[in-house]
Design a protein around this ligand. Structure first.
Ligand SMILES: [Zn+2]
Ligand SMILES: [Zn+2]
Length: 321
């Protein structure tokens, strides 16, 4: 089979990915072999390619939003970021398996979906319907699920004012979930195309800064310098959730300007399977508009370079023929 691997992590201009030929992987006990139809491209894949996240094993295939069919049964499934947890630690037994110290991740600890096949533990894949095209389902698996958890973590009150900083794949799905709940959404993005998409999806504003104080905000852009202004834009008692797995350094905070009046800054760390199931149930019952940019499988490196340069509107998806 053909598979992309992170050959030498570095800037996209240095071509860190290589397309290689490999044996089709053998499923181990409790695992399924999935033939990939499409795989979403996430900023985390870019962090892995560029070395912002240290590789956990050499020449690993990225990709953790794979839609495909289980070999043998033909069942359609989604393979997402959370690959396994221990099930026994204090976090797992408390229902916080996203914090399990022994958790493993698709495309980081094991080969992911930028390949014609991948294997995954059966207990961690999500059943998916036959109907929507794989390209539309793939972005739900990380962009959708992580955004859903970030929305829960930012404590948005009913009918509240939500700021969304950075308007890419995850943000455009999260904005729709928030608006469906009755929120007023303000998008903050540099990209004219992303601003247009935000307004089309029902955002109340899209610009350089929110036009009113916010109850809650989610930072999707991996940019630490946005933390102080995002905190400053919160109303009293507001919460800012940082959605990404990687963030550049946060500048020094001024207690009075940025935190006092009980403003809260918190992170979002992966997701639980319960988050995944809850989000997919919602998204399949009330399908969001999924804005995708499709790339042929052979052009995974171009997809990541476009993501690095903020040239992707909505979600980038690799499509296998
Ligand atoms: Zn992701
Ligand atoms: Zn655990």
């Amino acid at each position: 089979m053909r598979a992309w691997v992170v050959d030498r992590p570095g800037p996209m201009a240095s071509r860190p990915l290589a397309l290689v030929e490999r044996e089709v992987p053998e499923p181990g006990p409790g695992e399924v072999l999935v033939r990939v139809e499409a795989c979403g491209v996430c900023r985390t894949d870019l962090h892995l390619a560029e070395g912002d996240l240290r590789p956990r094993r050499p020449r690993t295939t990225p990709g953790h939003q794979a839609v495909g069919r289980v070999e043998g049964t033909g069942e359609r499934v989604g393979v997402a970021w959370l690959r396994s947890t221990c099930g026994r630690c204090r976090y797992c037994v408390r229902g916080m398996e996203n914090l399990c110290p022994r958790s493993t991740y698709t495309g980081w600890d094991a080969d992911g979906g930028f390949a014609e096949y991948l294997v995954a533990p059966a207990g961690y894949v999500y059943p998916l319907p036959d109907e929507p095209p794989a390209e539309r389902l793939a972005p739900l698996l990380c962009a959708g699920i992580i955004g859903y958890r970030a929305l829960a973590r930012c404590d948005l009150p009913p009918g509240g004012r939500l700021g969304i900083y950075g308007f890419g794949a995850s943000a455009h799905l999260t904005a729709q979930a928030a608006i469906a709940q009755g929120a007023t959404v303000h998008a903050v993005s540099r990209s004219a195309e992303s601003r247009r998409l935000a307004l089309e999806l029902g955002a109340a504003s899209a610009g350089d800064r929110p036009p009113e104080p916010l109850d809650s905000a989610i930072l999707f852009a991996p940019v630490g310098t946005l933390v102080p202004p995002a905190l400053e834009a919160l109303d009293r008692g507001g919460t800012l959730a940082v959605a990404g797995i990687h963030l550049t350094d946060i500048p020094v905070l001024d207690y009075d300007r940025h935190l006092f009046q009980e403003r809260t800054l918190r992170s979002v760390t992966a997701n639980t399977r319960a988050d995944g199931r809850a989000y997919l149930e919602l998204a399949l019952a009330h399908p969001p508009r999924v804005s995708t940019t499709a790339y042929p499988f052979e052009e995974a490196d171009r997809a990541l370079a476009d993501l690095a340069a903020d040239r992707v509107s909505g979600a980038a998806v690799l499509v296998l023929s």
